[in-house]
Design a protein around this ligand. Sequence first.
Ligand code: PLP
Length: 396
Amino acid sequence: MLNPRLDLLTDYPFQRLAALLQAPPGGEPLVMSIGEPQHRPPSFVPEILAANAAGWGKYPPMAGTPDFRQAAGGWLCRRFGLAEAAFDPDTQLLPLAGTREGLYQIAQLVIAQAAPGAPPPVVLLPNPFYQVYAGAALLAGAEPVFVPATAETGFLPDFSALPEPVLNRAALAYLCTPANPQGAVAGLARLQEAIRLARRHDFVLAVDECYSEIYDGEAPAGALEACQSLGGGFDRVVVFHSLSKRSSAPGLRSGFVAGDAALIAPFARLRAYGGAAVPMPILAASAALWRDEDHVAVNRAEYRRKIDAAERIFAGRFGFYRPEGGFFLWLDVGDGETAARRLWDRAGIRVLPGAYLARPGADGVNPGRRYIRVALVHDLPSVETALTRMAEVLEA
Ligand SMILES: Cc1ncc(COP(=O)(O)O)c(C=O)c1O
């Protein structure tokens, strides 16, 4: 009765965490396991939603409004230095109800059914990784190939190190930069290399840039910027952006996909059947958010202060490093599951064992097993108190 491929999706991290942490917490519970931003979106958001309330009574167009496309496309061009003449938001950009569904749907879009007797297409993904990539690959009937993104590889996957036959079977590669959970950023050269590889082996490169605005030092490069620097169009490349992290609006469900027009057009066709169109009031609020950088700078500064606090507390311990982007600490605690249980039992602090975000590699070793992922999403005083307590529990 059910699609048997669903049996492949048995280990969603938060279900595993619920099973691991069944005991009552040993203190006032603080959830640092989920990357749900707790900063406030700007006050103009509810105002615009209210002013556009008549739009709740309309079916929104799947392609969004011209105003939304111009606002999001304008931001993309400003942020990544794209030549406006080379970017057409009407054919190269599509709104999404958050990037999650788009990241899922891109696999539906590009994975063809294997010919009888032929091996299934391959989807390349970093390991550890955002779980939707693997779910999307498996449900589309592809074979996920987990590419190490460990301390040894600079916490990013090196797709070019894969054997030629694997690359030749690849239909899609997911790259996350800044990376969840490790916070590593792929620079322009690395992005260029991934783009060249995708074009040489004829696969689609889906670059998840939803953390691009939460960074510590310089603004991370983007994959469309890398395409431009290679001197051509966006052939085989799409990027995913979201207001969930940039504008602390995860409940708004608003993002977009942009890039190769040859992918965006069929993406719109696919979404006409199975996508959630972004409602008109949300499109209006989203357009205003993409046009405003002030709240983004405030948001980023707040995360920096929390990373500063984390550095004061953890420097020199548990493999602490300042993440280049995103808002997670990726701490080497020896055994992530044991540490997560201890933090919950003794301090009521909920963190995610790194193993739940990864799969065992070719050597049988889960590259996340030594780590915990700590989401710095609460206010600074709460985070500071929790991290201080966390260090005490982990050292004990
Ligand atoms: C790496 C990564 N990609 C995508 C998403 C999805 O975000 P949204 O659907 O809110 O845009 C998340 C959310 O946590 C994430 O961590």
